[in-house]
Design a protein around this ligand. Sequence first.
Ligand code: WTA
Length: 652
Amino acid sequence: MSTNIDHVLHEDRSFPPSEAFRSAARISSEEEYDAIWRRSIDDPDGFWGEVARQIPWIKPFDQVLDWSDAPRAKWFGGGQLNASAVCLDQHLISGRKDKTAILWEGEPGDQVSYTYAELHDAVCRFANVLKARGIKKGDRVAIYMPMIPELAMATLACARIGAIHSVIFGGFSASSIRDRIEDGSCTAVITSDGGWRRGKVLPLKDVVDEALADLPGSDEAGVHTVLVVKRTENDVAWHEGRDCWYHDELAKVSGECPPEPMESEDTLFLLYTSGSTGKPKGIQHTTGGYMVGTYLTTQFVFDLREDDIYWCTADVGWITGHSYIVYGPLANGATVVMYEGAPNQPHPGRFWELIAKHKVTILYTAPTAIRAFMRWGDEHVDKHDLSSLRLLGTVGEPINPEAWIWYRQKIGGGRCPIVDTWWQTETGGIMMTPLPGVSATKPGSCMKPFFGVDPVILDSDGVEVEGDAGGYLALRKPWPSMLRGIWGDYERFVETYWSKFKGMYFPGDGARLDKDGCTWIMGRVDDVLNVSGHRLSTMEIESALVSHGAVCEAAVVPRPDEITGQAIVAFVSLAGDASKSDELVAELGAHVSKEIGKLARPADIRFADALPKTRSGKIMRRLLKDVAAGREIAGDTTTLEDMSVIESLRDG
Ligand code: WTA
């Protein structure tokens, strides 16, 4: 039996770009978009070859795509380039040397900016520091830092010498860091003594110390260097020989560092993300395709202009920050705003104050942030002049129409197009999106495929669904910035992404196409939660809970949440001698924070005498979802082994 996915959302409004926006845009008509998209699908070699030649290569490529060993893709074979040279060196000779590259503001209000020439110099010096510490091409370097300019520099410095960076979001716990360092066999860590968040200093170096403390073999094969950037006055413990202050090392090096020539398919970075089973996956991106993809999407999706002040509010610890703070915008020579802290520090209008102060023209943020701003109240927005804005974007999760309309009216003054961009860590860059000068956007729809993207919606048998019914989203064509693997586990890569539908990439999302051919993403179809735009696996949170002595079994499900999109609800059954108490709830929450990070802490922990299971012993999360959301239990319960379990959960 084939199954479709039901959809409930009906949204008929649509908002074309203003005539002023349209007439100035790179692409300004449906016909133009259709023609370019059609060509990108019919003649991908011609299309991508032309795009790729717009970025600087050290040695030109001799083949656009080799897909003969699918799903192992080889883009721009024979070509050599360096991502940091694409982002920096080219601008020094193209007249952008004195243009601001990064405009940074710390949470306490301190400011620094770097021109392209200054950023180039800083990255070369940073790269020389890494070299002086014995870090070389192919080595893996973990980066665990606050949102300070040195974070962007660290990624580019790794790229410059050909080291593979693995950025770990600053909210992850010591044990999450340890897992990622071990999985990637990182030999160095770049961190900072601390970073500002909500008026307090996060002790990042301490967390790194804890992560490394019980890492086996750290003397021989393990981490030989922890490079510490000074950001605060935080006291830090010191491991002689291993730890070094960045500013001390900096004093010893020159500003001369030619970019390492990298093969197009050499790995640029790893970024870990949650999957439905097993430990986090080290998503592997390579150099040529990733740079081409992020370069092109940044230019067209944001319709980037030379004088734009561009602000993406993501953290560089996530893919959005990699692709749309660092690589894509810098490859285009943009002026990028970077902000260290929380959006409501010291007041709920901080973002709007920043926009007014720096005359930001493009804002790219997440639905969860937009919903939080709505709740904090319009008065915090009204105090600031947002008239510099000309384009808005969202990413990370489906945006509800109410938040979309608020974003358009309140932040965009009714004049800025909104690009709702669908993509993933795995896709490297934006895959489906409105084009701002073209699309009559519909609130909640990511509209149409970007160039070279060939989506289809299938039922569980792999048959294309008819009409505007929901189904599984799949992509029929390889694209340059696609992931090349899961670090150290090629089989899992094939199994997770390329096995559900033959010859197609399966992203794990449900979607539907409406009568106009616009796409509506319906969220994950697997056991991945999306909390505040952060992907978390139910399985990882369950394992963290079960690793606590009092817990015998745990099931984690999402509940709809007005602000965070989804909130985590955990059902736990306790081990024999443990007893239910509020203290235990608090303790389990703290335990999950410690094991994974605060972002995974359940909003709601409920004790259950037993969990609902099928006769074959599988936990029926579908039923728990209904219980968590306070809904009637829907669908078939005949496979449930013991109905009374559900009744007692609901009553409890
Ligand atoms: C979801 C973030 C609806 C989706 C770039 C995807 C979205 C997952 C959208 C990837 C959007 C991302 N509309 N859903 N515009 N953007 N998603 O890897 O479920 O952190 O699979 O990448 O977020 O999350 P990730």
